[in-house]
Design a binder for this molecule. Structure first.
Ligand SMILES: Cc1ncc(COP(=O)(O)O)c(C=O)c1O
Length: 407
C-alpha cells in the first residue's frame, strides 16, 4: 500500500525535498523556459511564513507538470514534484480503486470534464487507429443522468452520443432499454462503443450497473471500451460501498476512471484525476509536442504541480483509515436526514452508498430552496432539488432545513 497517514512534519519534509529537486529559478541559470515563479510584486514570498507552508511554497515556485509522469521521461526541471504526482496516481489507481501495482498511467487534469473528454479521445483514437473505424462508426454510450461533459466530449471529438433513459424512480439503467438503445445505434451504423458508466451521478448520486453494460454489449456482440465517471463519487463510493464492487479496476472491463479531488476531497479547483490502464494513453499522444521532454498525451498542456501536491497532502494527512471514517460520518448524516424525510412523507431518491439526497420539487417551495441553497435539476422548471452532504453540511445545518420542511 502506497497510501499512508503522515504527520505534518513528514508531509512538510517530503514536499520541501521534492521542491528542492525541482529547478530553482533564483539560484540556477535556467534561461530557456517560458516560465518563472509567481509575480513577486503581487505574490511576494517574504510576506508568507513559507517554512510552515509547503502547498503555498509550491504555488509560488510554480512548477509546471506538463505531460504525463507515469510513462518514464518528463520535463526534468520539475522532477521532484512530478514524483509526488506519480505517487498520487498510484494511491488512486491501486489503493483506492484496487488496481494491480505498476499497471496504470494517469495525470492530474483540470477537472472532471477534461478527464472524461481525455478518456473519450483515447478510445476514439484507439478504435480509429487500431480497428480502422471511421468516426461515424464510433459513439459514446451513457445514461440520461450523465454529466454534460459527455455531450461536450462527443461534440468536440466529432462522434455521436447515445443516452440510455433511466427508470424515473430507481435512476437505474434497465436491460430492455439498454438493449433497445444499442440496437438503434447499430442500425445507425455504430460498431464501436465508448461506454461511460457513472460512479455517482451529478444530480442523483446514482451508480450505474457496469456489469449490465458488459452483459448486453457482449450479448449484442459489440466492441466497446469502458470508462467510469467517478468525478463526484471517486473519493466517496469506494469507501461507502462494502463488499463486492465492480466499479473499480478489480473489474477487468474497466479501462479508465475519472475522479475529482476538487469535489469530495476538498482540494483546490484544477484537481481532476484521470487514470487508465497501461498501454492506452499513447492513443492521445501528440507527436508534434517536440519541445516537451517526454511525450505529451494529455489534453491540457501546461498545468500546475501545486494541484498534485495539494491532493497528495490531503490524502496523506487523513490516511486510508481517516478517509473511511470521514465518509462514514457523511453516510450517517445522510441516513438521519433520509429517515426524517420519510417521517415527513417527502419523496426523494438516495442511493444507499451516497451522500446526495434528491427530493421531488413538489414538496419544496421556492423560498425554502433559496434559503437553504438547494440545487435544482433544471433552473427553469425544476422537477428535483438536491442536498449534498459535504463536510460543512452538519446536522446543525440540516436540522433547520428539516424543521422548515415540517411546517
Ligand atoms: C459526475 C460528474 N462528472 C463530471 C463532472 C465535471 O466536473 P468538472 O466540473 O470538474 O469539470 C461533474 C461535475 O459536477 C460531475 O458531477
Amino acid at each position: 500500500m502506497t497510501w499512508k497517514k503522515k504527520n505534518q512534519d513528514e508531509i512538510r519534509t517530503q514536499i520541501f525535498n521534492a521542491l528542492n529537486e525541482n529547478v530553482n529559478y533564483l539560484k540556477e541559470s535556467v534561461i530557456g523556459l517560458p516560465a518563472s515563479y509567481l509575480d513577486e510584486k503581487v505574490f511576494n514570498q517574504e510576506k508568507f511564513n513559507l517554512q510552515e507552508a509547503p502547498y503555498l511554497t509550491t504555488l509560488l515556485t510554480n512548477p509546471n507538470h506538463i505531460g504525463c509522469h507515469t510513462l518514464g521521461s518528463s520535463e526534468s526541471f520539475f522532477a521532484g514534484t512530478q514524483k509526488i504526482e506519480k505517487e498520487l496516481i498510484e494511491i488512486c489507481s491501486e489503493d483506492i480503486l484496487k488496481g494491480k501495482a505498476g499497471e496504470f498511467d494517469g495525470y492530474v487534469a483540470s477537472g472532471g470534464t477534461e478527464a472524461n473528454i481525455q478518456a473519450v479521445w483515447i478510445y476514439r483514437n484507439f478504435f480509429h487507429y487500431e480497428k480502422g473505424a471511421s468516426f461515424d462508426q464510433i459513439a459514446v454510450l451513457c445514461s440520461s443522468d450523465s454529466h454534460y461533459s459527455m455531450d461536450k466530449g462527443a461534440n468536440v471529438l466529432n462522434i455521436s452520443i447515445y443516452k440510455v433513459p433511466v427508470n424515473k424512480e430507481t435512476r437505474a439503467i434497465e436491460k430492455d432499454t439498454l438493449t433497445a438503445v444499442i440496437r438503434k445505434a447499430k442500425s445507425d451504423g455504430i460498431s464501436y462503443f465508448i461506454v461511460v458508466s457513472n460512479m455517482m451521478t451529478t444530480m442523483f448520486g446514482s451508480v450505474d450497473d457496469v456489469d449490465l453494460y458488459v452483459e448486453i454489449l457482449e450479448a449484442e456482440q459489440c466492441e466497446f471500451k469502458l470508462h467510469i465517471d467517478g468525478a463526484f463519487g471517486g473519493f466517496y463510493y469506494p469507501f461507502s460501498k462494502e463488499g463486492q464492487n465492480s466499479v473499480n479496476f478489480s473489474n477487468p472491463h474497466v479501462s479508465s476512471v475519472t475522479l475529482d479531488a476538487h469535489k469530495m476531497a476538498q482540494a483546490p479547483y484544477g484537481t481532476g484525476i484521470f487514470l487508465i490502464r497501461k498501454g492506452l494513453i499513447h492513443f492521445a499522444t501528440t507527436k508534434e509536442a517536440s519541445y516537451v521532454e517526454g511525450e505529451d498525451c494529455t489534453l491540457i498542456g501546461s498545468r500546475s504541480g501545486a494541484n498534485a501536491v495539494a491532493i497528495w497532502m490531503i490524502l496523506s494527512t487523513h490516511g486510508p483509515h481517516g478517509w473511511m471514517e470521514k465518509i462514514l460520518v457523511l453516510q450517517k448524516r445522510a441516513e438521519l436526514t433520509c429517515q426524517r424525510l420519510k417521517e415527513l412523507n417527502i419523496e426523494f431518491y438516495r442511493h444507499p452508498n451516497s451522500n446526495i439526497i434528491t427530493m421531488k420539487s413538489k414538496y419544496i417551495s421556492i423560498e425554502i430552496a433559496q434559503k437553504f441553497g438547494l440545487i435544482p435539476d433544471n433552473h427553469h422548471n425544476p422537477n428535483w432539488y438536491k442536498i449534498v452532504i459535504m463536510e460543512h453540511v452538519t446536522m446543525e445545518k440540516l436540522n433547520p432545513f428539516l424543521e422548515a420542511m415540517s411546517r
